[in-house]
Design a protein around this ligand. Structure first.
Ligand SMILES: NC(=O)c1ccc[n+]([C@@H]2O[C@H](COP(=O)([O-])OP(=O)(O)OC[C@H]3O[C@@H](n4cnc5c(N)ncnc54)[C@H](O)[C@@H]3O)[C@@H](O)[C@H]2O)c1
Length: 445
């Protein structure tokens, strides 16, 4: 009965929107989520250890490319959105989302230390009736086997005194069509009540909420989404290499296959995969499976193929320099786009960085780069600053241009017209008619 009361009180409070939301980790995932609640006039506090983010947000300054700066300012000015590093304020929150990083170690094993640390912090201030929702991507069992025991050390019981759920994030930075609010969200609570409460609070900000029967299902479905992408990208990366070998253009093959109205979904080759998700997440499941004497062959094979792609691009660069009248050490190489995908300012695990690192390490050319979204990069301790702009005189300086990220703002016509050789790893120059200097990954030439 008491349990029922806790649940009812919180449900009523959630439905009335008279709640305070806490979001731990206000990065690429946490800030957009916090903003959605603040936009609904719900008191929302972002917790972070990065004082720079806290300062900026409290001044009403937006640091996320995808968000509307006016909306951020409006919510901060209206006092619906604030940020702090004072975790004592967790006490005032009815619902706490955990949106901290889940990276891997240098040996590619899951690092859930940020989740563990945040759970410990929540436990310090945990009070009855709070609802905790983990959003960080992780292996199945994290919510139940790692977070729950930490929170229950307080003496409070999950599903009875406080509520716990996992709800994966699907945000796709740079995607204008599918945003935080209109992308369906999966929710798996520890108990039915936990799911019901987590669905209720999620549906305040998200248009469609999909309940599932446990946190582990939600944890694993997120990994399936990302592994699905990793495996399919690996497939076309392998076929791109085959296309080059046998003289068949894989891009045209994919276009042709895409005309099938059912049972086929196009994926495209490239210089490798990056970011904080598709590269990392498959390893979470592969690592976990080993505990059960199970080898996830698809995941391992896909990772192997995808991780080879920067090496493949490196070899393309060597081949093209060899055709020119320039010493391999002195060839001027411009890497175009270093963000891990188009139209974002996120550098994490970018394949372009790996390409740059391989060229630098093997002393293949003198590398420079241009990316309007990233002012500087560091490779093996050496800092490189982006070319300031990309005009014909800049392009003409270089022996090789490598398109590693096909930002929409790039003028590929200008690039093709004014470059000696363009190595296109994204088929960014697909519309260029005069292809005398374009070397396309996977075009079979
Ligand atoms: N970026 C994406 O596109 C995306 C998409 C889906 C899921 N995810 C998942 O979401 C999670 C977060 O990713 P992200 O891209 O937002 O990472 P991020 O690095 O952009 O943000 C994480 C934030 O957490 C903060 N933080 C670290 N430790 C903290 C602590 N102890 N207390 C409070 N704050 C702390 C960091 O300072 C940072 O601001 C990861 O698990 C990731 O796999 C990310």
């Amino acid at each position: 009965m008491k349990n029922g009361n806790n649940q009812n009180n919180l449900l009523v409070k959630i439905k009335s929107k008279k709640i305070t939301i806490g979001v731990i980790g206000i990065g690429y995932v946490g800030l957009p989520l916090a903003l959605e609640y603040a936009k609904k006039d719900i008191n929302t506090i972002g917790f972070d250890v990065d004082n720079n983010k806290i300062e900026q947000l409290n001044k009403g300054k937006n640091y996320n490319q995808d968000l509307d700066s006016k909306e951020v300012k409006k919510c901060v000015n209206a006092r619906f959105l604030s940020a702090t590093n004072d975790f004592l304020k967790l006490k005032s929150c009815d619902v706490i989302f955990i949106c901290v990083p889940t990276p891997f170690t240098p040996n590619k094993e899951p690092d859930i230390s940020y989740i563990i640390e945040s759970s410990g912090t929540i436990a310090k201030y945990l009070k009855k009736n709070q609802l905790i929702i983990l959003k960080s991507t992780t292996f199945p069992g994290t919510t139940e086997k790692y977070i729950k025991p930490i929170l229950e050390k307080t003496g409070l019981k999950a599903g009875k005194d406080f509520f716990l759920a996992f709800s994966p994030e699907r945000i796709d930075p740079g995607n204008k069509k599918w945003t935080t609010s209109n992308t369906p969200v999966v929710v798996g609570g520890l108990t039915k009540t936990c799911t019901e409460l987590a669905c209720a609070v999620t549906s305040l900000a998200i248009e469609k909420v999909v309940p599932v029967n446990s946190p582990s299902i939600a944890e694993m479905e997120k990994l399936l989404e990302n592994i699905f992408r990793s495996v399919n990208i690996a497939l076309v990366n392998e076929l791109a290499q085959l296309g080059d070998r046998i003289g068949v253009n894989i891009w045209e093959v994919i276009d042709a296959a895409s005309t099938k109205p059912f049972g086929f979904m196009p994926f495209y080759p490239g210089p490798g995969i990056g970011g904080h998700c598709i590269l990392i997440d498959p390893y979470y499941l592969a690592w976990m499976a080993r505990e059960y004497d199970f080898v996830t062959n698809f995941i391992t094979l896909a990772a192997e193929i995808n991780e080879y792609m920067p090496f493949y691009v490196r070899n393309m660069v060597v081949n093209e320099i060899a055709k020119q009248n320039v010493n391999i050490k002195n060839a001027k190489v411009l890497i175009l786009g270093v963000a891990f995908k188009k139209d974002v300012d996120d550098l994490r695990h970018s394949p372009a960085l790996k390409v740059a690192e391989l060229l630098q390490k093997d002393k293949i050319g003198k590398i420079s780069y241009y990316d309007p979204y990233i002012a500087s990069i560091k490779i093996n301790g050496k800092t490189y600053k982006s070319e300031k702009l990309l005009d014909s005189s800049v392009l003409k300086k270089y022996d090789i241009i490598i398109i590693t990220t096909d930002h929409t703002v790039f003028d590929f016509d200008l690039i093709a017209k004014n470059s000696k050789v363009v190595i296109d790893t994204r088929n960014a120059c697909r519309k260029i008619k005069n292809r005398r200097n374009i070397i396309l990954l996977g075009d079979g030439k």
